[in-house]
Design a protein around this ligand. Structure first.
Ligand code: CMC
Length: 432
């Protein structure tokens, strides 16, 4: 028997299955179980996919025990410190850091596509002023597929690239339009002389009657947050984009599916939930009450911004954001923000509590982001939209990787059926 297999013995029948071991460049090896149904007649059962590698991917690597996050091999700490969001986007999409020329061409291409079709703007009129921006974003991004349906051949690499660039370019424009619609203010057109985040800030906060200067502190603060949120391997929304895209669905529709998955409070919706939680806690004196609620199994309340499926030591993004939060608030003259003190106190109490220690629950990327967004003037219901802008890069990078994979098959999980066995239909008048 080769050493490169795992042998599974069925104690019911004595049958054996030799399953190949696949080795990665980093991290645990995986056992290919595709041959199991044929060899032993079994499926595997892994609710929540805690032990399942759903694909091969060369984009992002996470070591949850060590708190490591690498984009194409580069540590997140170095990228957050030294890179820019569009450079990171190029890296995630194409696998290598760009040369100066490649970066300039990429920035030009993204800049070229920041406008949205004028008729797309009328979609917003269908939403009530208080519609949640994530609901609007999901609908409007999905509707991009109507604009580009006949012009996107997913089997053509150039068309795929164009779709990827369009999505990255248009997300800030759509996000800002969601905000402006809620405020009843006119949409602001992109100004392509500005940086990606500078342009976004202007589309969010400028009004046509007033001059607007982009604050470089806010611009860089946002750029760093976008870098940290750009990708996170096979998380729920990225897996959703992959699953939708595996059917051959349009990239814009697949990304809209990802936006829907991101919205949940267990995933990207946590940043909004953290701020609402901090506001509800209100004062450090109330922390013990909320810690007790989080520990109470009869109470659905969870400490938002705490815990992660993969990170069991610390979330490296949270470490960077905590420090970043401090610096940004300092630079913006908002260091006395009471919410920051409350968050730090809450973190301290939770991290010294046996319940959180035992379960290895640490602050995640979303614990401090809301405080920075709030300091930048971004309203709470826009927080997850901010996450979506950044994660679009990851979604399209994974979509590009998947669609160009010659081994691509439709994603189609099986199940452990627990419903009734076959039974015959009973006529309505005979049911009792
Ligand atoms: N507060 C209180 N208890 C928690 C929390 C929390 N935030 N997170 C996990 N637990 C407990 C959970 O009840 C369980 O306890 P027990 O073993 O006694 O049943 C144990 O810790 C393991 O939790 P789990 O639900 O099995 O873990 P999971 O991997 O399925 O869920 C999670 C991960 C992130 C959904 C979860 O930790 C959570 O709901 N956190 C709060 C929401 C949040 O901050 N989400 C953002 C994630 S990071 C941003 C992103 O990438 O989306």
């Amino acid at each position: 028997m080769s050493n490169d297999t795992v042998t599974l013995i069925d104690n019911r029948t004595g049958k054996r299955a030799d399953l190949p071991i696949l080795d990665p460049t980093l991290g645990p090896s995986t056992v290919a179980i595709g041959g199991l149904p044929k060899a032993l007649g079994y499926f595997t059962f892994d609710p929540g996919f805690v032990a399942t590698a759903s694909c091969r991917s060369a984009i992002t690597y996470i070591d949850g025990e060590e708190g490591v996050l690498l984009y194409r091999g580069y540590p997140i700490e170095q990228l957050a410190e030294q890179s820019t969001f569009l450079e990171v986007a190029y890296l995630l999409l194409y696998g290598e850091l760009p040369t100066a020329e490649e970066l300039a061409a990429f920035e030009r291409s993204i800049t070229n596509h920041t406008m949205i079709n004028e008729s797309l703007k009328s979609f917003f009129n269908g939403f009530h002023y208080d519609a949640h921006p994530m609901a609007m974003m999901c609908g409007v991004v999905g509707s991009l597929s109507a604009f580009y349906y006949n012009h996107t051949d997913i089997n053509d690499p150039a068309d795929r690239d164009l779709a990827a660039h369009r999505l990255i370019a248009k997300m800030p424009t759509i996000a800002a339009a969601c905000y402006k619609h809620g405020k009843g203010e006119p949409f602001v057109y992109p100004d392509n002389r500005l940086s990606y985040t500078g342009n976004f800030l202007r589309m969010m906060f400028a009004i046509p009657s007033e001059p607007y200067e982009v604050d470089p502190v806010a611009e860089r603060a946002l750029d760093v947050l976008f870098i940290l949120h750009a990708d996170h391997e096979q998380n729920a929304s990225t897996s959703t984009v992959r699953l939708a895209g595996s059917t051959g669905a349009h990239p814009y529709a697949s990304v809209a599916a990802g936006i829907a998955a991101l919205w949940g409070p267990a995933h990207g919706g946590a940043n909004e939930a953290v701020l609402r939680m901090l506001e509800e806690i209100g004062h450090p004196d109330n922390i013990p009450k909320y810690i007790a609620k989080a520990k109470d199994k009869d109470d659905p309340f969870r400490l938002m911004g705490f815990g992660h499926r993969v990170y069991k030591n610390y979330d490296p993004r949270a470490k960077i954001i905590r420090r970043h939060c401090y610096e940004v608030l300092e630079k913006l003259g908002k260091r006395n923000e009471a919410l920051l003190d409350l968050a730090m106190r809450l973190e301290e109490v939770a991290l010294s509590d046996e319940y959180f220690i035992e379960r290895k629950l640490y602050p995640n990327v979303d614990f401090y982001t809301g405080i920075i967004y709030k300091a930048l003037g971004i309203p709470t219901n826009m927080f997850t939209v901010m996450f979506a802008i950044a994660r679009t890069v990851g979604w399209v990078a994974h979509w590009l990787e998947m669609v160009s994979d010659p081994e691509l098959r439709i994603g189609r999980p099986r199940q452990l059926y627990t419903g009734p066995a076959r039974r015959d239909y009973v006529a309505l008048d005979q049911r009792g």
